[in-house]
Design a protein around this ligand. Sequence first.
Ligand code: FAD
Length: 291
Amino acid sequence: MTQSVNPPTPEHRTERGDRLFSFELFPPQTPEGLAKLDLTVGQLRQLEPEFFSVTYGAGGSTRERTLGVVRSLQDQGLTVAPHLSCVGATKATTRELLEQYRAQGIRRIVALRGDLPSGMVEVGEFRYAADLVAFIRAEYGEAFHIEVAAYPEYHPQSTSPDADLRNFRAKVTAGAHSAITQYFFNTDAYWYFLEQCRALGITVPIIPGIMPISRFTQLARFSDACGAEIPRWIRRKLESMGDDSASVRAFGLDVVTRLCDDLLRGGAPGLHFYTLNQAGAVTTIWQRLGL
Ligand code: FAD
């Protein structure tokens, strides 16, 4: 099984070791959002990430917009990894999308289950992300490097931590090449998760997902939805800053830079930034880390 792809260029190797750095974008809904995304990409590409990933709304809700952003990034000469969620999808529509991606030179896919949008009841032909991974591998062999999601603090719907780990292993056994984690602020959760994975024989790279902190209400909303814990001391500090966005940003940059530094010093195989289509925080963290 492939352990790493897109080997870093020699100059990256000097500065970054063999670690992989990537940036996640979402497909905007409005022309203003698209114009903003162009500016963001213009700034972030200067940091030379290994790839940009583009999210995909579960149930195909962003299909055309995701395709549009993927195409536009490729047209700018960037390496792109589209996300693909399988909940609500059929094998035929999934195949159609993968054919299109393969034809346009995509070589990396982030394979997910997704969460059905409220009101949508059709589960589709894939139940779990492992089914999608198995499908991609069966139909396309090694044509795509397959990333999957991992949850150091465990997926909120899992019946137990051990069951969640076994379900994660099932994605790797089905053919995933590497994983990106849900974001977290507690490095112990990540190191413990890695240990547990190694004990189960999972050897693929597991790259920490990093969420910059810029607005407390937004962060709290995301964290409630995805089960990522905001440690009490961070929550209390952010709450105490209220609408003082400059203080929130400054504190967020300190906390997240330290988190990234600890992870890289501890041997994490790279970082995947949830940019939320903003370049500022990621660029500052990047510079502070000396990448
Ligand atoms: P799975 O790996 O299928 O797991 C989902 C749940 O089912 C877990 O609780 C797991 O323990 C359980 N499970 C798995 N297999 C079994 C089994 N055989 N029996 C019983 N239980 C089982 N969502 C989007 O809609 N679009 C995106 O672009 C997107 N990008 C993401 C990128 C990253 C890096 C991450 C971490 C998440 C992303 N998500 C995205 C969110 C993700 O879709 C949700 O977290 C979703 O709830 C789970 O997706 P999964 O691929 O981890 O699912």
